[in-house]
Every structure is written in structure tokens, then in C-alpha cells.
Design a protein around this ligand. Structure first.
Ligand code: ARG
Length: 572
């Protein structure tokens, strides 16, 4: 149980004893330290319902509240808030428990099977910045969920099927490159562009391209072999990017659109059998009452085109059924651009109506906004093209290398390179993860690489500072335990005790920025503590305890950044 869950449980029990069994405790971290550490705000609502004086009810609740060994002070404030200050000895106990637990006291009593649909680029093109958010938000969520103890299944739902592959195959054959496809596809983007030019300018070529699509879908061995080449080369490009990003995604996580090909006719026939489809101008359409078009009529959700072809929607219906039945997922997170919101809401609704998934399965579109340039328009290169992810990451490392060299001339080039990789890639990821995912955000090199503020370099630097304290320590503190007495120690130990709640909120809301906000607060509290409480001076006992506190801060920073997929460094 997390700290917040414990306090809510205790206040809930007190409310019950005080005659308000239906009231919610609503415990939250206090807005200001003067109010204590936590505040329970549920009494006012309960008093209103029971027609009682709120301050009197608050007093009764306090009389019934058992926080023995947890709180040092409980008081009423204002119209009936209950302020709770935690006991120093209790905070010390939590800190010492976390120190000996490799999961820093994070766990769950109800492990679920959770599918995370992430990255999912369209193959045969190079990954561009649009895929950055899905990849790193998805990776952070998958890491967090499995750290808590859930069974996480990553699904890279790549776009590896459809008309563009006919075009590419036609071009590969035409250019006589079928034997040396690897070489021809080295620059995928270039290859794609040339094929597209041919497709647009030559009707006969376009016709051939369409024939290849039909052949591909019909299982023609020659065309299939060429298609596999494309997919293979394209996936290797993605893997290079995942590697640079430090994202945990491999071939075994790939379950692309093509994987559902054989299932598509059945999706449509089952929907039909359940009376969920209407034929509209030759197409098979689901009209769902829940979604209205501009005219206020049920909006059309097409699952089969007029020519019999299947769509993105059909594949996603097959995929969601696979996730429910074969993967046995209790929850599925789709980390996809916010602009696909309507598609997912319609797909989820239809999948539930069709009983493709159990009614209790949690289906969530983890939507994210657009990455913008300085001009507040979607991020582009100077010439207006899409920014390739691989190139962006090269630039991040170069910029970080220059910064690190400025700060630390004495390090060797190799050392600076290692630091620059962690700082550069970390900065790009953190800048993205630290914003609420649904908002658009402006990509800015200077703010993300700053050593001040809510940035990766700031947190990485806080970690290395603690490492340098350890190197200077002269007392043997390995077996020591933490003692909390000073105000700054109390503040720091309180923040440390909130780590499981931070992890929990990321997992519940599928919002990694909660972890960033937490880590930033932790680093800030640490700086405060470090100024107020000398660590390497004073009595030996105090030094040992404070070194242990530093150790827990370092481990929490490292673990928290690790859940975001960001590395720490011993020196920088
Ligand atoms: N390939 C799609 C795109 O780039 C994203 C797929 C997301 N996942 C899904 N199950 N639809 O737009």
C-alpha cells in the first residue's frame, strides 16, 4: 500500500466510525508546509450531506482517527479540513524500508496483463519525429507498469501492409534490383520518393503497383519475398533508432498490420452476423449512436470498402480481439497521436458491442499532442521537410558534447562522448515526457539542455553531485540507518516516501509527466536539504544517517529516471 492509500484508508475508517460511512476521505498532499504534510478534505462534503456542523464533525473524525505511529500532529483548519503532519520516526522507518528493497517499496496486490501499443511506425519510410512521442511515452509506461509488477506485453503495430508496398515492389522490379534489395534500400526515404514519382507520372506503373498489391494479399510467393525484404530493411532502420533512444523494443514485439490479414474477413462476417453493419454505397459500415456527424446523425465507421478492401479500422478490430482473447489482456493502452481519437473511440465502442473484448477490459487511447517548432507550427526541417528521428538524435548528442566539453575540459573525448549521449538523448526524451502528453509542445534545444529547471541534465547532475559526496565521505556508512530530525530532513524524507504514489499515478493515468514532476521536486528538496544540513561534517552518527538519506535520494533518482528510460552518470 502506498502512503496516500494508507492515509486514505485510515481517514475512511474514522469517517465510518464518526457516522459518515459513505463519505470519501479525499486525502491530498498539503498545498503548503504550514498545513502539515497531508490534508483530508472529505469532512465538509460529509457534513453537508449529514446536515452537521463541519468543524464538529472534523473533531469527531479526529477523535476516531488512528494514526498512532504515523502522524505527530493532527488538527482542524478552516471550515473543516484535517491537517496531518507525519511523524519523523515514521518517515525514517519508511526510508529505511525503501533502502533495503530494490523496488523502493513499490508493488501491487493486483497484477494485470497490460498491452502497450507503442511506436507503430508505417514501414517503408524512415521514422520521423512524429513517432518519437509514441515510442518514448509508450516505453516509459511499459517500464513503469512492469516495475509495479504487471505483466506487460509490448505491441509494435507497424504499418507493414497496404498499397504502398505494391508501389515499392513494382519499383524494385523495374529498377532491376531484386537481387540486391538490401543495397537499393539503404536510403529508404530516397527509394520511396523515387517510387512515388514513378507512381504519379506513369499510369502503367501505377496499374502494375496495384496488381502487386493484389498478388501480395493473395499470397504470391515472389511478391511476398520482396515484401519481406522491405519489412526487414525497414525494421532494421527502426531498431537502430530504438537502440540510440535506449528504448526496449525488439522484433519479438512487432505485431504489424499484416499479422491480422487472414482474420479480416472473419471480423467483417462476425460484425455482420451480430447485426452491427449496414451496407452503404457498397461499403460495410457501422453506424454507432454514440458518435454523431455534423448533421447530428450517427457517424459512419467503415470496416470494408466498396471494392472489398479492408482498412486500418478492420485491422485494429482484429488486433483488439487478439489482445483480449489470445494475449488475455485486462487493459490495453494505445499510445497514438491525439488526431486519431475518434477512430479509437469508435473502434473501442464497436469492439465492446461485438463482444470482441470482455466488457470489463480497459481500453484506453493514450493520446498525445504534436511536437511543434519555434514558430509554433508542427516541427519541420528548415526546408520544410519532416525531421528524421535519427538525424535529430545525432544533433542532440553533438549539442550535448559541446556543452559537456565547455563544462569539463579535463575529461577525455571518450568520456565526454558517453556523457553527451546520456545527456543529449536524455534531454530530448525528458523534454517530451515532462509535458502533459495531451498538449502540443514546442521543441527547443536550449531549454531542454539547460542544467537549471525541470530538465534531464538538472536531474542527472543532481545524481552525480550525490555520487561525488560519497567519494568524499570519510565515515563507513554502509550499515547505517536513517534518522529524521531537522525540518529539511523531514521534507526530504516525506518526498522520498511519496515515490510509490508517483509511480502509481503514472500507471493509473498513463501520464509519465507525473514522474518528471516528482523527480524535479525530489531534486529540489535535496538541494534544500543539502544547504541546510551538512552531510560530511558534524557528529559521526549524523553524517552516517545523512549519507544514507543521500543514498536513497540517488537510488530514487536513478530508478525514477530509469522508468522514463533515461540513464544517470557517475560523473559529468
Ligand atoms: N501506424 C499508425 C500511424 O503511424 C499508428 C498505429 C497505432 N496503433 C494502432 N493499433 N492503430 O499512424
Amino acid at each position: 500500500m502506498t502512503l496516500l492509500q494508507l492515509l486514505n484508508q485510515r481517514v475512511k475508517a474514522a469517517l465510518e466510525k464518526a457516522g459518515a460511512p459513505d463519505a470519501q476521505p479525499i486525502v491530498q498532499p498539503a498545498a503548503k508546509p504550514e498545513f502539515g504534510d497531508y490534508q483530508a478534505n472529505g469532512v465538509m462534503g460529509a457534513a453537508k450531506q449529514l446536515k452537521k456542523n463541519p468543524r464538529e464533525l472534523a473533531q469527531t473524525v479526529i477523535d476516531c482517527l488512528d494514526l498512532e505511529g504515523i502522524a505527530s500532529e493532527v488538527s482542524i483548519a478552516g471550515p473543516g479540513f484535517i491537517n496531518i503532519r507525519l511523524d519523523n520516526a515514521f518517515l525514517a522507518k519508511l526510508a529505511n524500508q525503501a533502502l533495503v528493497d530494490e523496488k523502493l517499496s513499490v508493488s501491487t496486490s493486483q497484477p494485470q496483463t497490460i498491452v502497450v501499443d507503442l511506436s507503430s511506425p508505417n514501414l517503408a519510410k524512415e521514422m520521423h519525429v512524429g513517432h518519437l512521442r509514441s515510442t518514448i511515452i509508450g516505453d516509459a509506461l511499459a517500464r513503469t507498469l512492469s516495475f509495479i509488477g504487471h505483466r506487460v506485453i509490448r505491441q509494435n503495430h507497424v504499418g507493414d501492409w497496404g498499397t504502398q508496398f505494391g508501389m515499392l515492389t513494382a519499383y524494385l522490379i523495374e529498377s532491376g534490383n531484386t537481387e540486391s534489395a538490401d543495397h537499393a534500400l539503404e536510403d529508404l526515404e530516397d527509394f520511396y520518393r523515387k517510387a512515388k514519382v514513378r507512381f504519379d507520372e506513369d499510369a502503367a506503373f501505377a496499374e502494375r503497383a496495384r496488381e502487386y498489391v493484389v498478388k501480395l494479399q493473395g499470397g504470391d510467393t515472389e511478391v511476398l519475398a520482396l515484401w519481406k525484404k522491405f519489412v526487414d530493411v525497414s525494421l532494421s532502420h527502426c531498431e537502430a533508432v530504438y537502440e540510440t533512444l535506449g528504448v526496449d523494443l525488439t522484433r519479438k514485439d512487432v505485431m504489424g498490420e499484416s499479422a491480422y490479414n487472414e482474420d479480416l474477413p472473419r471480423v467483417v462476417s462476425e460484425l455482420k452476423a451480430k447485426g452491427l453493419l449496414t451496407e452503404d454505397a457498397g461499403a460495410q459500415v457501422a453506424f454507432l449512436d454514440e458518435f454523431k456527424n455534423k448533421e447530428g446523425e450517427p457517424a459512419a465507421y467503415i470496416v470494408q470498402k466498396q471494392d472489398g478492401g479492408y482498412l486500418y479500422a478492420t485491422t485494429d478490430l482484429a488486433a483488439v480481439r487478439y489482445r483480449a482473447h489470445t494475449l488475455k489482456a485486462d487493459r490495453a493502452l494505445y499510445v497514438v497521436d491525439a488526431r486519431q481519437g475518434l477512430h479509437f473511440q469508435q473502434m473501442f465502442t464497436l469492439a465492446k458491442k461485438a463482444e470482441f473484448v470482455p466488457s470489463e477490459m480497459q481500453l484506453e487511447h493514450v493520446a498525445f499532442g504534436t511536437m511543434m517548432g519555434e514558430d509554433n507550427k508542427p516541427f519541420k526541417t528548415r526546408s520544410g521537410g519532416t525531421v528524421k528521428l535519427a538525424e535529430l538524435l545525432v544533433e542532440a548528442k553533438e549539442r550535448a558534447f559541446a556543452l559537456v566539453s565547455e563544462k569539463n575540459e579535463d575529461l577525455s573525448v571518450e568520456q565526454r562522448q558517453v556523457i553527451a549521449n546520456a545527456v543529449g538523448v536524455g534531454a530530448v526524451k525528458y523534454a517530451d515526457l515532462s509535458k502533459h502528453r495531451t498538449s502540443d509542445y514546442v521543441f527547443n534545444w536550449d531549454t531542454m539542455l539547460a542544467f537549471e529547471g525541470n530538465t534531464a541534465p538538472y536531474l542527472q547532475y543532481a545524481y552525480t553531485r550525490i555520487q561525488s559526496i560519497f567519494r568524499k565521505a570519510e565515515v563507513e556508512y554502509a550499515q547505517a540507518s536513517i534518522d529524521v530530525s531537522e525540518v529539511a530532513e523531514h521534507g526530504l524524507a516525506l518526498t522520498l516516501a511519496q515515490f510509490p504514489d508517483a509511480v502509481e499515478s503514472v500507471a493509473r493515468e498513463a501520464c509519465p509527466h507525473f514522474m518528471c514532476a516528482y523527480l524535479y521536486q525530489l531534486a529540489t528538496q535535496f538541494m534544500r536539504f543539502y544547504e541546510a544540513c551538512p552531510v560530511l561534517k558534524g557528529e559521526e552518527q549524523t553524517q552516517k544517517s545523512r549519507l544514507k538519506l543521500c543514498q536513497l535520494v540517488a537510488e530514487t533518482l536513478k530508478t525514477g529516471l530509469g522508468l522514463l528510460g533515461i540513464d544517470v552518470l557517475e560523473t559529468m
